[in-house]
Design a protein around this ligand. Structure first.
Ligand code: PEP
Length: 259
């Protein structure tokens, strides 16, 4: 099975909705200048909640070949949960993707694998695709137990999902020590863990789902390192933070296949 690489730009808490318009337009124009081929990679922007309506209108109105999505979602459907945004609300805005379990949510908001699993289920119930993040911190990497650690996270975040559901979602392996630090895992480091995740998915729900699930690498991906990372057999895309805020740089990352 050939898996279409997903290059997703996680803007985090950056760019207001006016700035978002400029960045998305510039990204679309630059991709066109670079002869972007959507059969070779899929591009998406993962934006703050306040930008979703603007980004949706722009992408759909101008028929840009760009997906979009949100950075988090509530575990609840509706009700007295001040500040929360439901999966139903995101689906109504035509989000394709919702990132769940980003290490910054785990670190600053105490999200556990159980909560992330519940969020992923809400996203799937609402016909969107979760991008489920896993990854170890530096101490675990230094101990050498990172593969087992990440596989344990995978067991937790995928609990109760069917083979069909797992086969259609996206898992982002993001070593926490490489996020926003300029420290990039080597392509071999990325392959080691992404390959182990695919093998675990096969053990959990079968070979067919393992063959179709897309596994991204994330952590200081740039146009200068993306080609080597994407050359790894089990890496099916990148979750890109900082570099996705620069539309020209992100366009180079999305069109990695041309270099
Ligand atoms: C991220 O936020 O998911 C990320 C990988 O950030 P950066 O690319 O900036 O390391």
């Amino acid at each position: 099975m050939s898996r279409l690489p997903l290059m997703a730009g996680n803007w985090k808490m950056n760019l207001n909705h006016v700035e978002a318009t400029n960045v998305v337009q510039k990204l679309a124009w630059t991709l066109s200048d670079y002869h972007y081929d959507k059969k070779k990679s899929e591009a998406a922007v993962i934006v703050p909640f306040t930008n979703l309506r603007t980004v949706q209108t722009l992408i759909q109105g101008d028929r840009y070949s760009l997906g979009f999505g949100a950075q988090d979602v509530s575990v609840y459907d509706a009700g007295a949960y001040t500040g929360e945004v439901s999966a139903g609300m995101l689906a109504k805005l035509d989000c394709t993707y919702v990132v769940v379990g980003h290490s910054e949510r785990r670190e600053y908001h105490g999200e556990t694998d159980e909560v992330i699993n519940a969020k992923a289920k809400k996203v799937i119930e609402n016909s969107m695709t979760p991008i489920i993040c896993v990854g170890e911190k530096l101490d675990i990497r230094q101990e050498g137990t990172h593969v087992d650690y990440v596989l344990n996270q995978v067991d937790g975040v995928l609990a109760g999902l069917t083979a069909e559901q797992v086969g259609a979602l996206v898992i982002a392996y993001e070593p926490v020590w490489a996020i926003g630090t300029g420290e990039v895992a080597t392509p071999q480091d990325a392959q080691e863990v992404c390959g182990a995740i695919r093998a675990r998915v096969s053990d959990l729900v079968g070979a067919e789902a393992a063959d179709s699930v897309r596994i991204q690498y994330g952590g200081s991906v740039k146009s200068s390192n993306v080609v080597e990372i994407m050359a790894q057999g089990d890496v099916d895309g990148a979750l890109v933070g900082g570099a996705s805020l620069d539309p020209e740089e992100f366009a180079r990352i999305v069109t990695f296949y041309a270099r």
